[in-house]
Design a protein around this ligand. Sequence first.
Ligand SMILES: Cc1cc2nc3c(=O)[nH]c(=O)nc-3n(C[C@H](O)[C@H](O)[C@H](O)COP(=O)(O)OP(=O)(O)OC[C@H]3O[C@@H](n4cnc5c(N)ncnc54)[C@H](O)[C@@H]3O)c2cc1C
Ligand SMILES: O=C1O[C@H](CO)C(O)=C1O
Length: 522
Amino acid sequence: MAVSMQDVRVLASTTRTSHHTWALTFFCRPELYLQPSSIEQLQTIVRAAHQFKKTITVTGAGHSPSDITMTKDWLINLDNFNNVLSFSRHESGLFTDVRVEAGIRIYQLNAALASRGLALQNLGSISDQSIAGIISTGTHGSSAYHGLVSQQIVDITLLLASGDLLTVSPTVQPDLFRAAMLSLGKLGIITHVTIRAIPSFTIHSFQEIIDFDKLLEDWSTVWTSKEYVRVWWFPYSRKCILWRAQKSRKSLSAPRDSFYGTWLGRKLYETLLWFATRIYKRAMPAIERFVFRRQYGWESTYGLGGSEAVQNSVDGLNMDCLFRQFVNEWALPLKHGVEVLKLVDQAVTKAAESGAYYVHAPIEVRCSNCSYPDKETTPFEIIEMSGGIGAIPGNTLRPLLDYSPVVPYSFTGPISNENLTLYLNATMYRPFGRDPPIGQWYSEFEDIMAAYGGKPHWAKNFIGKSPEKTNVPTSGEMVGLASVFENWYGEDGKKYKAIREKLDPEGLLFGGKEWAIRNGII
Ligand SMILES: Cc1cc2nc3c(=O)[nH]c(=O)nc-3n(C[C@H](O)[C@H](O)[C@H](O)COP(=O)(O)OP(=O)(O)OC[C@H]3O[C@@H](n4cnc5c(N)ncnc54)[C@H](O)[C@@H]3O)c2cc1C
Ligand SMILES: O=C1O[C@H](CO)C(O)=C1O
């Protein structure tokens, strides 16, 4: 049945005609910004896109730091398709599977779960993303006992380019499920998701100041010492914050005051960053040390307990990401962490000595357990074997485009660094909208990551590799992964592309084409 342009236009947002990343780093003006609220409306859009030869791109919260959601054609946003549909409590009481419409933001889901005494087991640094967005680029948190956030997913429903709905799971079309779990928005429109939640819990955390050298010395034991562990590295202070936490039932007790959590502290910090970006770049190390002291103190508190807090699970697992920013994050085997951090430290120190570039802090150091049993395993096997700590997974299959390294499987203990993925996250803030120079820093950073088997997080501001240049460009220009895609993603990458082409032979979902070509997806 033919669709008129008028049928489509009524679904266009009356308030939004342009689109940009949260960081205000990429902008586009799509021909139509569509906000459907039902499957029928989505199907109308898909039919019309075929008819008018338009491509479709889907965006959630626009929190991917790259231009992955930029398009000139039709952009769909599912903010109006965000209901919680059902709760299915397992008879054991250990978990509840929750069916939602895929536009729901994680903070909305958190609230809906909390009202039922439930919570998500693992989160990234924020809860602003949509559930479809969090799945589509491989969002992770920081825990040796949890995988990507998509490990919590039980099934996914896609609206395909054909206009048909298809639900996939570890037992129904598992290969397609593995493609859908990190689809980059190019497989179909994710319309529904079932996610596994657990009874709500508090996060009991200990935050310690640890010297950088001591962190490296204790690398082999730090990551598995608590269920959730994250490290913020402050290179010019030669110190790190080691945050370690576990699920608890304790009642809330507030964390220590945050200097940059106050209006004044935040503005001062941003002004100092602006000063170092615009006026006097050599001030950056002193600024970092000043802010570190105000925010955390100075002397090492490692082994002395540090500062203790009990927060609800969302506040505990999320964090203050401060200012709009560029983010370049890579995943590599955690066992190489000491060598890699030493090399990054040398590069940063040398650059500061010569004035070549200055980095912002913290460099986030995190981990996940992305080792997979390579078969669907029941949650009860996992719980039993892990002695109760860690995930009650919604699935145990590896996404085809998982950028984490392939490491020996151990999900249930004893877990060691051999089984873990390390993420290094080089954030560069944009104080008051001013771009810092990122080219040489990101270029050197990526060379080190790639030399140790690293791959970039799909959502972020990686430069990539160019066949014409032996080195990555120091301009910061994103050249992408096209030249290395086949080598880096092997059979799984081929499988993803074959599935993609089969489901969308006409390239309906090839909005954002430039990003996809640059990165070897097309
Ligand atoms: C401050 C900040 C903190 C962050 N913290 C973390 C972190 O701790 N860990 C981490 O791993 N990442 C983190 N990220 C990255 C973020 O989690 C991902 O980029 C995520 O994909 C963003 O979700 P979104 O809803 O904004 O999606 P968008 O950025 O809008 O889109 C991302 C991808 O999802 C696709 N997509 C969106 N909706 C659909 C749909 N319905 N169907 C099909 N495809 C769809 C898009 O086409 C696109 O390919 C952070 C980002 C920011 C800005
Ligand atoms: O992309 C990300 O941004 C924050 C850092 O500020 C974070 O943790 C990411 O991941």
